[in-house]
Design a protein. Sequence first.
Length: 142
Amino acid sequence: MSRILGIDYGERRIGLALSDPTATIAQPLPTLTRRIGKRPPVSKILTIMSTNDVVEIVVGLPLTLAGEDSDWTRTVREFADKLHTRAGIPVYLIDERMTSVQAERSVRSLGLKKSQREQKERLDSAAALILLQMYLDRRKAM
């Protein structure tokens, strides 16, 4: 059985989540850090993929609240295309509107100290987890 990787692609951090082998439950992975203006860490993502037998990738698409593309949306589409080309596996883009809000609520509900709740890496991992779990749930419903 193979896994699905969820990616919340950001300017400074990349939140990651991985499905279980049955593609039922998402679990968070450590967040990758990226430098503004530098190329995205595609090779690190490819290593994570090969280590975990990933056969599909889901990338959050940051549409505007009106459901339209922005400059950042186009950047994320380019990243997804590059990842598809390098990995050679399907890469799906899914609407990520409101996942950041859901991630923030989810992290708040954990009962952590304020300093821990506000760690951006924790929020990015939670957003990737929510995004991937939405995708997994939709697949099961079909």
